[in-house]
Each structure stands twice: as structure tokens, then as C-alpha cells.
Ligand binder design. Sequence first.
Ligand code: UT7
Length: 321
Amino acid sequence: MKNLKISGYGKALPKRIVTNDDLKKFVDTNDEWIVQRTGIKKRRIGDEGASYLATDAAKMALEDARLKPDDIDLIICSTVTADQMTPSVACMVQKNLGISDIDVTAFDLNSACTGFIFALKTAAALLNSFHKRALVIGAETVSRITDFTDRSTCILFGDAAGAVILEKAENNKEMYFYTNCKGDDRWLNLKGFKSNVDMNNKTVESGFTRMKGDEVFKFALRANDDAIKQVLEQADISISDIDLIVPHQANLRIIEGIAKRTNLPIEKFFINLSEYGNTSSASVAVALCEAHENGLYKEGDRVLLLGFGGGLSWGSILIEF
Ligand code: UT7
């Protein structure tokens, strides 16, 4: 899709830092195992809801783009951890920013860790039809759906939000989008939340994320292979034409696996998972914001975003800056 640009970047992270050693209070684990198997050293865990983090990230993106809240007419927030079923996080961001409620579309989207990729694609489509300027947010409080007695998952996740402003621009630059999914709840799921059963006000209680890590690991490598191939084919370029890859920050070994399979040096990948762990759909949004803050790409560069996760879902976006 032509004539779109990212004009602002934002992120929000809870203040509380939880190290690998801190997790020893909850489960039988150690820093060496976690670093070796995942690359994660710490994560942020807060008591703020997703809409609080999302609002902070959105404010930063607006400031970065030198825009006023009313310049926005579309808000899409990807999340699996909304503070409430309704109103959506996106609607709470609209309220918190004081955006006029005239012809604004605001909604949440759930595609687990691939959510930010799905949200950017959806925003691009709506900018091509109804809207002029979008706030696209990934906001997650993954700690709320994490079982802190399960050492195979609780060491992985953290809380965060990232945001960008995506808008129309007469710049003739291309963005290529690829998304895919297949309903498969065997290896990664969160089943059972408080809900009515047989209309008798009997409720089933909340569950936590369950994952068969080795199967998700294998899926992740296959999904990234496909996501890279599809978007390169659309753009009719080769992997060596990519200047920077911003992958989902799930596990350093997965990113190293992608580097090996694509024959790219690891330096071409932006990696911040040692600091934040896997923040689900906030991961690519925060990573893109930090890659921008660090000046890792410039006008004329091609940046590839990669996501994968529950659904199972996966996708990629190639952006010409
Ligand atoms: O964004 C969502 C997508 N999710 C992912 O991308 C996750 C993909 N999967 C992974 O990242 C990896 O599979 C994990 C990091 C989750 C696990 O790494 P692994 O190399 O697949 O380890 P494993 O599950 O095969 O476990 C190896 C051993 C086991 O012990 P035994 O059976 O060999 O005695 C586990 O019980 O490590 C043990 N183990 C731990 N030991 C210390 C599992 N978790 C821990 C732990 N600390 N936290």
C-alpha cells in the first residue's frame, strides 16, 4: 500500500523491574537457565491497567509527531489483557486523551503476540477508506494472565505498551503487509475466564496462559520463514535488501534461528528482550519505538517487522522509510 507514513512513536513501561533472581521467590528457576534458554534478564511488571500504559504510549507518540489529540480519528489497540471487557482500551485512550467523539473509530483487536502487525494492517486499510490519521497501539499487562507457579511460562513475560501514529502521506513510499493464521489451540492458549454457564449465574473462573514451549518454538521458526518470504515476494526484493529487522521479542534463540535461516548477521535484528521479556503484542511496538529512538534506520531504509503467536497467528510488514 502506497502513501502512508509513521509520524510518531511512543512507549510506556511500568517502573517496577523484576529480575530473574526475583522470580526464584515464586518458582524453582535460576538466572543462568533463563538467560541461556531465552536471553531474558528482566521484565517490567506493574499494577497499571493496559489502558493506562496505552494512554501514556499514545501521549508520547502524539508529542513525537507534534500533533494534538483531535488530529486523530482512528484508534486501534491490540491487546489480550484489556482492563475490562468493555469499554475497550482504545475507547479509554480516546477518553483519556480527550479526543472529540465526532467520527472517531476506536476498538481493540486480539491476535495475541501478532496483534500489533494485525492492527497496523487494519489501520492502513481504514486510512485507505474512511480515516486520515491513526493511533495504533499494542498494550499488554501479560503478568495478569500469567501463572506465577508455572516456571515454563512465568519467566517469559512482561508488561508494556507501544504506539505509533500512522497517517496518509504523499510520499510514494510502499508498505507491504502479510498476515496469516490457523485456528490451533493445542500449544498456546488461555482458556476459561469468568463467564455465565447455562444462564444460571454460575461462573467459571479465570485461567492463565498455557503453553507447550517446544512446539511453539518450532512453529515460530516456520511462521517467520513464511512471513519473510511472503512480504519479500510482494516487494520483489531479496532479504539482503532489508536494512533492519524488528522481530517479536519472544526468545533470543528464536531470533538467532531466524538470522541463521536467512543468512543475515544478528546485528541486523533489533533486540531488547533482555530488558523487557515477551510483552505479547506490545513487543514489536516497543521495539520499533526504541529502534527509532536509537537512530537505527533512516530515510530510504527498508525495515521489516515480524510477529507470531497465539491463534496461531503470524505476519510481517515491510516499511520503506
Ligand atoms: O509470544 C508467544 C510465543 N511463545 C514463544 O515464543 C515461546 C517459544 N518457546 C520457548 O521460548 C522455549 O520453548 C522455552 C523458553 C519456553 C523453553 O525452553 P526449552 O529449551 O524448550 O526448554 P524445555 O521446555 O524443553 O525444558 C528443558 C528443561 C526441562 O527439564 P527436564 O525435563 O529436561 O529435566 C524443564 O523442566 O528445563 C526445565 N525448565 C526450567 N528449568 C529452570 C523449564 N522451565 C525452567 C525454568 N527454570 N524456568
